[in-house]
Design a protein around this ligand. Sequence first.
Ligand code: ADP
Length: 368
Amino acid sequence: MGAGQLARMMGDAAHGAGVILTVLATSPDDSAVATADAAIYGSPDDVRALDELCAKVDVITFDHELVDLDQISVLEARGVMIRPNARALRFAVDKGHQRRAFDAAGIPVPRFIVVTSKNDPMLKGFLDSVGPPVLKAARGGYDGRGVLFPQSRVETLAMIDELSRTTSVVIEERLSLRSELALVVVRGLHGYANYPLVSTVQSKGMCVEVRYPADVDEATQHEANRLGRKIADLVGAVGVLAIEFFLSDRGLFVNEIALRPHNTGHWTIEGARTSQFTNHLLAVSGRPLGSTEPIVASAVMVNVVGADEPGSIERASEIPGAHVHDYGKSWRPGRKLGHVTVVGDDASAAHVTAWESARAYGTRTRET
Ligand code: ADP
């Protein structure tokens, strides 16, 4: 379900994983239609299109979390194989549910409350104790949309009022971040594996760059591995599960999870023995997982986000060492159009080359 760039890259990996991929797309222009074996057209909640999809495939998986969980549960009750299932998907669809369940399981998360209005009786006490908070729409946000950083109490209340018209609101302490990290794990029916931690660089709530290896000590990697296993089992994930972490002076905190291949795992296409896309397809089709071992000393992935003027994919691709992945989307300022990965022994040279290529391609984001 879904035919964006993640499904497109699953399409590239499908035949190698022994999978025939059919996508539920909204239009023939959708990114994944070009690489899939077949496409069915309709919105993710279009009953007719879903029925057509169910009749055609053995297992359904996702490239986004903007799904109707009630509808997915109905399909499951009918015997349709859905991986990850509705129970697992709820963790990614509803940030309030995710925070509460992780907190109850002893998984470290920022201090938080979930409210449905600015009149919640818990609100004043919580805001007095944490200072300026971060506000998050419990449902429907992505790439920083739905995440707000109010500057004053008046602004906080106004923003909660606005967000709570459409969704409940997670209010949490604003941590002082040393860095942001991500762990991509794969949970199959008979196995579990994880890729090593990566560092992520964010600009305006959007990930702009991913670096392997992460700049962390062994204890941090070890703790992330432990949490990754615990979360995968708690959620009951099948397929790729990506965990975004905050590293603060108080240690690791889980920010959020996604139950699908993730932007922070794109480097595995060139950088690991088995890519996250192949492993996702192997996992959801019930087969043994591939090795998650890196095959390079370092990798840098830079997202290409449409600049004010379109650039040139050809010029970007001519830069030696740049692996340019174009998502086949029409250019629009601010739109994620593709990514560039550079691997090698020298991490800082890879960083320079990846940005040079991304700039030629026409990225709006800046080198950090
Ligand atoms: P999205 O789901 O839209 O990706 P995130 O929850 O990942 O949103 O938040 C986007 C970015 O905002 C994070 O990558 C981080 O830089 C910043 N951020 C989010 N929550 C906090 C927090 N509690 N403390 C400090 N920074 C935060």
